[in-house]
Design a protein around this ligand. Structure first.
Ligand code: AMP
Length: 113
């Protein structure tokens, strides 16, 4: 079971900002931007965005739509959407999720430290 499955099951706490039948979103525990949210499908069937895109593109589109709504609600509506894909790209949780970064991002940055 992934840590995100435990959050969805309310077995560990999280600061949840959105929930539907298929998607949950909560604040990242280690924020790298003024607004840093994670948008996560409730299903744990997909480890990363390429698996999700092949199997259920409608669910991927729903994640993007939720990201847009959250960026409007929590910032000015503009946002950076990141899907780390693979350990060498920084992925640490293998339950597909989108990082939504917003709120005064460094201009031109791709989000490096
Ligand atoms: P990634 O490294 O792309 O797999 O992203 C995993 C993200 O999950 C990291 O940014 C972590 O800070 C975040 N994270 C890990 N555990 C928790 C948690 N319990 N609540 C909220 N975010 C978490």
């Amino acid at each position: 079971m992934s840590i995100f499955t435990a959050i969805i099951a309310r077995e560990i706490p999280a600061d949840i900002v959105f929930e539907s039948d298929s998607i949950i979103a909560f604040r990242d525990i280690a924020p790298r931007a003024p607004i840093h949210l994670l948008v996560v499908p409730k299903t744990d069937a997909y480890a990363n965005v390429t698996e999700l895109a092949s199997a259920d593109p409608a669910l991927l589109a729903e994640m993007v739509s939720v990201a847009q709504d959250l960026a409007r609600e929590h910032a000015d509506g503009e946002f950076r959407l990141i899907f780390n894909t693979g350990a060498n790209a920084g992925q640490s949780v293998f339950h597909v999720h989108a990082h939504v970064l917003a709120g005064g991002l460094t201009e031109g940055s791709l989000g490096g430290e």
